[in-house]
Design a protein. Structure first.
Ligand code: SPV
Ligand code: MN
Length: 614
């Protein structure tokens, strides 16, 4: 194996990159080294097909299955390591770098023997962005399917690391798959480790080839490392946010909204939304990103600007169909190069299917589930199991999204008008409540949560709190995180408006969803922008400003007046109960800024004074 020859052939001139590759090649002992650029995609696809690692899924689309015990991020095995114990937070699983590095080095020693080490230079930003110096990285991986994902999810090529102002300023990522069948996933003897050594800008992931465990540009760099860099530099926030533009053809104005929802709460559907009938003629929704946004203050106009650092979409397949997300379906159409992972597959027709793709599953003849087992030969007790894994995914480049904004790669990013938070809450949370005060907006983000999905995971009516939807991605202490939010947003000359949204409220009696969701979610967002513009005034409640029924544009939509009343009101008793849970939750965080506590006390005080029905 001649490392230098491989680097020379690919034109890698950055000596620090060359040194990094040489070091880890000597350590993991691959049989071959190959430097990758996006232009290699076609050849790598052919090689993967020939090797049986992926299968064709119709014209220009591909299918892969992961190892059955390797189907999602593992939060317990994910660690942020630094040399400063003060970096320990509640959610970052902090450990000393001096302890974690040797552990990972031991597992990775010689572990790529016989394999190819792919060198993947990438950029997590539109080229030319003011945040570009935080965006360059090199991922070393011994898994070809991971390379195919990286090419879809990040800008990949040697040029992104050759001409750095500071040649040392790339994030060093090492991904070693390991022997997946011998890693004890989920047992007491779990061998996996997914470590971001944040103060060394080094990411060491061992023991998975799935999603964020293996695509190091996406959440290890794009969220954990970037959040840490944004904090240390004081320059920016890196958040698990979708980012959209809303164009009002009547006024000619375009607004930009970003926001966080806990993983798998419909962020991709929201980002790919199209306007409902009745609003189609006037409005357009443009897609920028569905999972990550970096936010900074622009010195020229003092506004918050956001970029999507990614280059593709790693979307949840389940329930994606022509009604819920027609843009998503078009984004994975034949010819798009889409990779499907862990959905159901039919070899003779190369078709893919997942729960919610069609109202009923197809005729099972010839279909295999996500594990590769024939549906027709399932034992009786497995007959009702899902065909696709609940975390099955499609991976497609931004350029395939028909609603992609023209200026998606503007290096400056886009100015943010509104920041929204939302979870899955079956009661209490109204359709939308707007918050104009920055500290109260930050407080609201910190108390974001989603209902526990398993009884064992939580107490009835109590949320699994997920601050700003960053719980699995936080890389420094929560108190400092809140302070960084207050500082960045607080220093904007024109501040975005905040809002909390909830599409998932249910009827107490029969459990039906009170709000249809999907396309109709544009309606509360339009109200929010009108509120920011001073075109409507809403109604002040103890927990924010709510639309009045006549302010919400319901043109072309059928909704029961009784349902609307519930959606636009506050259950004061439930909210008072929630405030005691919130207090316990916030109490866990050391050094939470006084402004956040003041916001909590203010909201609690207003609820105390409110009459029971609001
Ligand atoms: C998420 O789980 O929030 C994702 C998928 O975006 S992964 O990249 O695997 O984290
Ligand atoms: Mn995500």
């Amino acid at each position: 194996m001649d490392v230098d020859a491989a680097l020379d052939r690919a034109g890698v001139t950055n000596d620090r990159v060359r040194e990094f590759v040489r070091h880890w090649a000597a350590h993991t002992q691959p049989a071959r080294i190959e430097v990758v650029s996006a232009a290699d995609d076609g050849r790598l696809i052919e090689e993967s097909l020939a090797a049986g690692e992926i299968s064709p899924a119709g014209r220009g689309r591909y299918y892969s299955r992961s190892y059955a015990k390797d189907t999602a991020r593992s939060e317990e095995r994910t660690i942020v390591a630094t040399s400063d114990p003060a970096d320990r937070g509640v959610y970052d699983n902090w450990r000393p770098a001096a302890e974690m590095r040797p552990l990972l080095e031991e597992r990775m020693r010689g572990a790529s023997a016989g394999k190819t080490m792919y060198v993947v230079p990438y950029l997590m930003a539109p080229p030319g962005s003011p945040l570009e110096r935080y965006a360059a990285g090199v991922e070393l991986t011994d898994h070809r399917t991971v390379v195919l994902h990286m090419i879809r999810m990040a800008r990949v090529g040697t040029q992104y690391v050759n001409d750095l102002d500071d040649p040392d300023s790339f994030v060093r990522g090492v991904h070693v798959t390991g022997d997946l069948e011998e890693l004890g996933q989920g047992t007491d003897d779990d061998q996996r480790y997914f470590v971001t050594v944040a103060d060394q800008r080094t990411i060491l992931h061992f023991g998975s080839s799935y999603g964020g465990n293996a695509l190091l540009g996406k959440i290890a760099h794009g969220l954990r490392q970037a959040a840490y860099d944004g904090w240390k530099s004081g320059e920016f926030l890196a958040e698990q946010f979708m980012l959209i533009g809303i164009v009002d053809r009547q006024t000619g104005r375009t607004y930009h909204v970003c926001g966080g929802f806990p993983s798998a709460s419909g962020k991709t559907n929201l980002a790919m939304m199209t306007p409902p009938t009745g609003l189609k003629d006037r409005y357009e929704v443009r897609f920028y990103g569905d999972d990550i946004a970096w936010l900074r203050v622009d010195p020229d106009d003092g506004r918050i600007y956001a970029i999507n650092p990614e280059y593709g979409v790693f979307g949840v397949a389940r329930d994606t169909n022509e009604d819920t997300n027609p843009v998503g379906i078009a984004s994975v159409a034949p010819g798009t190069g889409t990779l499907f992972t862990n959905v159901a597959y039919k070899e003779d027709t190369e078709a893919v299917w997942w729960e919610g793709r069609t109202p009923a599953p197809p005729d099972p003849t010839g279909w295999r589930d996500w594990t590769g087992a024939l549906i027709s030969e399932r034992p009786a007790d497995e007959r009702d199991d899902p065909w696709a894994h609940p975390n099955s995914r499609f991976t497609t480049q931004l350029g395939n999204v028909p609603t992609l904004a023209e200026d998606f790669d503007d290096p400056r990013g886009v100015p943010i008008d509104a920041i929204i938070f939302g979870g899955r809450t079956s009661d209490r949370e109204p359709l939308i409540r707007a918050i104009t005060d920055v500290a109260e907006g930050v407080y609201d983000g910190l108390t974001l949560g989603a209902e526990a999905t398993f009884a064992a995971e939580g107490v009835d009516g109590q949320l699994r709190y997920d601050p700003m939807s960053m719980r699995p991605f936080l890389s420094y202490p929560e108190g400092a995180y809140a302070e960084q939010w207050l500082r960045i947003i607080g220093s904007a000359r024109e501040k975005p408006i905040f809002a909390h949204v909830n599409w998932f409220q249910r009827d107490h009696a029969d459990g039906h969803y009170l709000w249809p969701g999907y396309q109709d979610n544009l309606r509360p967002l339009l109200w929010l922008l009108q509120l920011k513009n001073g075109e409507v005034t809403g109604r002040q409640t103890p927990v924010g400003i709510l639309p009045t029924t006549d302010e919400l544009d319901l043109d072309g939509m059928a909704i029961e007046p009784g349902d609307l009343d519930v959606l636009l009101s506050i259950d004061v008793d439930r909210w008072r109960q929630e405030m005691t849970f919130r207090e316990e939750h916030l109490d866990e965080f050391a050094d939470l800024p006084e402004e956040v506590w003041a916001a909590h006390r203010r909201v609690a005080g207003q609820l105390k004074e409110a009459s029971s029905d609001h």
